[in-house]
Ligand binder design. Structure first.
Ligand SMILES: Nc1ncnc2c1ncn2[C@@H]1O[C@H](COP(=O)(O)OP(=O)(O)O)[C@@H](O)[C@H]1O
Ligand SMILES: [Mg+2]
Length: 576
């Protein structure tokens, strides 16, 4: 006999941490769902469904002979999370669950409590398949760093945009290092038709942020539309910075620069001209090539006698976007190195408020050993390890987790992982994310676009989040070189009725009308352009050639699957 409200009943062997249960209605229990069950010692506890299996009393021969099953059984495997005691500590049962005990859907408040979700904080979306808003603790997010990792097109920049919006709402000062010019669109309200459709579901409204300032480096093709040009102070460049900027190769040439800088440092502040005269004074055959290269630094035009005060880059209630489109990578690297060094120093002195540096394409600035060198690495590593002491946080974003310094990734308290499939990147995540299990890794490979796994020590378990729609416009849309391709944009984000939504049409319509989110599930479809349209791919977005091909194929396959799934849903709904 079924207990009222129960979705299943425990059967077979059960331990204190795991049990299997027979599912009464397969539409009601799905993988990753939260259920509650009674434990004789602890009382009600929460468990999460790891897998749901269907079996039937059919042998291979039965199937071949076309016989139908008489009995079908759906069995779910659940792992126990526990309950909170009066002191708020998580308690995991030590006595086994009793076979025959009923399994129920867990109430939202109970889930929030046991998982350790916050009721206040940065709202990033819904806990998958629920109405529960996932809010991240802002202090921990900012001060203790966070990372967003996923393959291209999974929604990293979009998710970063969502977090930036939340931080802007809370007046957190932000500096956004933006190699592809994706973040200046924060200034404008989101007007994407598909996104607009989902706003009610997520409970947000379109909004442009007028407290966003866009700066560009000198020489940027976008200087005219920017709010300001960032002029750097050319004083006291480190030997590494000079070497990178001047493109000096060869050990003896580089040694000359180190020598000159070492001499100058003893005397205090120095300019590039001082370095040049210092090198001139050194007796060495290599000095002429070095001098030639150093002379070129002035031509770069990055430096100015009246530099932009770095304080402007981190201001209360403002986000400064440093749009580096069209700037050579070695200049980007130097710019990041210089401003981060200065900001960190100013922060230590309390001359800029506590805030966060958002770093897109982080693998270019903090590469893992063996994946290139970068002059900004050292300061970024320092911020990752010491920033929290001084209130300077990092948001590290990358599509190549394997190529980002693992130490930096493991310093990130909040880790947001969207879909990753590349085995090297998966391995990097296994190394950088503490306590990650094989099941979680499988889950990461399957995440649909716009869906993230959030891992944080403040959460009892990693949670899967349907990332909310953005209030402001997302700027990360690839540019097509073929005119008119915007019209060719494939339709995105159809409302998908979930399997749970099996009621009659009028009930469905009514539920949709009243905005009952539970029965609706969004599907975020990548805005990828059709294959035949060539895209301008921003530098750094590229992956190994083999990988790109296989990803394309994979996308195509999943796209086909999605379309046929969509067709089936439509068929069911309208009987076509
Ligand atoms: N949470 C989301 N809601 C709606 N659309 C999304 C979401 N996440 C991603 N997208 C869509 O997917 C596309 C790719 O996301 P983007 O963040 O630019 O990818 P990347 O991981 O390469 O930075 C976006 O242009 C957007 O249309
Ligand atoms: Mg991106």
């Amino acid at each position: 006999m079924k207990t009222k409200g129960a979705v299943g009943r425990i059967y077979g062997e059960a331990t204190s941490t795991e049990f299997n249960f027979v599912v009464f209605d397969p539409r009601e229990v799905r993988r990753t769902d939260y259920v509650k069950v009674w434990n004789d010692v602890e009382g009600w506890v929460i468990a999460q469904v790891l897998e749901v299996k269907a079996t039937a009393d059919l042998s291979g021969a039965d199937v071949l002979e076309g016989r139908d099953a008489e009995r079908e059984l759906c069995i779910a495997k659940a792992t126990v999370i526990g309950r909170r005691d009066d002191e708020g500590m998580l308690r995991v049962p030590k006595t086994p669950f009793v076979p025959g005990e009923s399994v129920f859907k867990a109430e939202e408040d109970f889930i929030i409590d046991v998982l350790g979700l916050k009721r206040e904080g940065a709202y990033i979306g819904f806990l998958q398949d629920t109405d529960i808003k996932v809010k991240l603790d802002v202090n921990s997010l900012v001060q203790k760093h966070c990372c967003i990792l996923a393959k291209t097109g999974s929604g990293k920049s979009y998710t970063a945009g969502v977090i930036v919006e939340e931080l802007l709402e809370m007046d957190v000062p932000l500096l956004i290092i933006d190699p592809h010019g994706e973040y200046s669109s924060l200034k404008y309200p989101n007007d994407d038709e598909f996104d607009l459709e989902k706003m009610k579901y997520f409970g947000v409204r379109p909004k442009g942020y007028d407290n966003v300032l866009v700066y560009v480096p000198p020489g940027s093709p976008f200087a005219e539309i920017a709010d300001g040009v960032l002029k750097l102070d050319g004083k006291n460049l480190s030997a590494e910075e000079l070497i990178e900027l001047a493109g000096i190769t060869g050990n003896s040439s580089q040694a000359l620069v180190y020598q000159a800088v070492k001499n100058l440092k003893k005397r205090g502040s120095y300019t590039v001209e001082d370095v040049i005269s210092e090198v001139e004074g050194i007796k060495h055959n290599a000095k002429w090539t070095v001098l030639g290269s150093l002379e070129k630094i002035a031509e770069v035009g990055l430096f100015d006698d009246s530099p932009t005060p770095v304080q402007l880059l981190l201001q209360k209630g403002k986000a400064v976007v440093l749009d580096m489109r069209g700037i050579p990578p070695e200049h980007q690297d130097l710019i990041v190195s210089k401003i981060c060094n200065e900001l960190f120093e100013l922060r230590k002195l309390g001359e800029v408020p506590p805030g966060m540096i958002v770093l897109e394409e982080a693998h270019n600035f903090i590469p893992e050993r063996g994946f290139g060198k970068s002059v900004s690495t050292s300061v970024l590593r320092t911020i990752a390890s010491e920033g929290r002491k001084f209130g300077l946080g990092l948001m590290v974003i990358s599509q190549r987790p394997a190529r980002v310094d693992k130490n930096v990734i493991s310093q990130c308290n909040t880790q947001i992982i969207l879909r990753v499939t590349n085995p090297n990147d998966i391995n990097a995540i296994k190394k950088g994310v503490e306590g990650i299990t094989a099941e979680m890794v499988d889950e990461i490979k399957r995440l649909p676009p716009g869906t993230a796994m959030v891992v944080s020590p403040e959460l009892e378990k990693p949670v899967i989040v349907e990332v909310r729609v953005r209030r402001s416009r997302h700027g990360g849309v690839a540019v097509s070189v073929v005119e008119g391709s915007v019209e060719n944009k494939p339709k995105r984000s159809l409302w998908r009725k979930s399997k749970r939504d099996s009621g009659d049409e009028s009930e469905k319509a009514e539920k949709a009308e009243t905005g009952k989110r539970k029965i609706l599930k969004t599907r975020v479809k990548s805005r990828a352009k059709p294959e035949e349209l060539k895209e301008v791919k921003p530098k750094g977005e590229s992956e190994e050639p083999g990988e790109v091909e296989s990803e394309k194929l994979e996308n195509k396959k999943s796209e086909n699957k999605k379309t046929s799934g969509k067709r089936n849903i439509l068929r069911k709904m309208f009987g076509v």
